[in-house]
Design a protein around this ligand. Structure first.
Ligand code: PAF
Length: 288
């Protein structure tokens, strides 16, 4: 596996590869777990050349967020990627991607007006900006994003369409722990006791899906009320627990009836202690 820090060298190499092979790309912030590795395996199915980037992007962290303490585990990450047969690991520094006079920001509107866009102002501008740079540098034909950050996936799909980028954005299902908790680099911040309580989150999402499917005549508020109570009783301080259409990411009102929503999805974000967890799930899928 080639490990390269320089955007110029990565782009040169990618342009050379591209003459003969398609390139699939997995952008990450490192601290890799099984969820990331499943994206890498999907990338390998899609193209003969696979590039992974590791970069903790300062532009997408707000004030008081965990940029400084975000776990950095480069050696262990590189070993995992080598074992998966990744062709290139791109590990730029902050100055490599944002030299002193860097002054551009990309903004995707509409899809970012709700959910994470409200609680993390500027977050998606940072994500969109770094992703556009990474796509240009890696010259990728495919980029794979996990559905755990579903709004991010939709924002990147929109950006790609709006900017006529010649690549396909591929969404990949969330990988979960045994109790259903979505895998996340931030799960390691949880104390053992919080980790146990965190299992309530996927449990509640499953219960919502089940009520939603068995009672499509129920107003959404009635479906969500007991779920909020359960999560708060488990110690969650909720930012939101809401149902939105996957098309426009706009939360529906409490009086909307379940069967009136196109591509309904449940979205949740909340804090357990000092750890912020997010999750989402399609409400159309068959229960597992
Ligand atoms: O999902 C992430 O890890 C990040 O938001 C991404 C896509 C690597 C951009 O920094």
């Amino acid at each position: 596996m080639l490990t390269l820090p320089s955007p110029e060298v990565v782009q040169e190499t990618a342009l050379r590869w591209k003459r003969e092979a398609k390139i699939a790309f997995v952008p990450t912030m490192g601290c890799l777990h099984e969820g990331h590795l499943s994206l890498v395996r999907r990338a390998k199915e899609l193209a003969p050349k696979v590039i992974v980037s590791i970069f903790v992007n300062p532009l997408q962290f707000g004030q008081g967020e965990d940029f400084e303490k975000y776990p950095r585990t480069l050696d262990a990450d590189a070993e995992k990627l080598e074992a998966e047969g990744v062709d290139m690991l791109f590990v730029p520094t902050k100055d490599d991607l944002y030299p002193p006079h860097f002054s551009s920001r990309l903004q995707v509107t509409g899809l970012t007006d709700s959910l994470e866009g409200v609680f993390r102002p500027g977050h998606f501008d940072g994500v969109a900006t770094v992703c556009l740079k990474l796509f240009q540098i890696t010259q990728s034909d495919f980029a794979i994003f996990g559905e755990k950050d579903f709004q991010q996936l939709r924002v990147i799909q929109q950006l790609t369409a709006d900017m006529n980028l010649p690549l396909l954005i591929v969404g990949h299902p969330t990988v979960r722990e045994q109790d259903g908790l979505a895998m996340s680099s931030r799960n390691r911040y949880l104390s053992p006791e919080e980790r146990e309580r965190a299992g309530k989150l996927p449990q509640v999402l499953r219960e919502i899906r089940s009520t939603f499917q068995t009672h499509p005549e129920f107003p959404i508020g009635e479906i969500l009320k007991p779920a909020r109570k359960t999560l708060e009783a488990a110690g969650f301080k909720l930012d939101y627990l809401t149902i939105a259409s996957a098309r426009d990411m706009k939360p529906v009102t409490d009086t909307t009836l379940a069967n009136y929503i196109h591509e309904p999805r449940i979205f949740v974000a909340g804090r357990l202690g000092s750890t912020r967890l997010i999750d989402n799930q399609s409400l159309e899928e068959v229960s597992s």
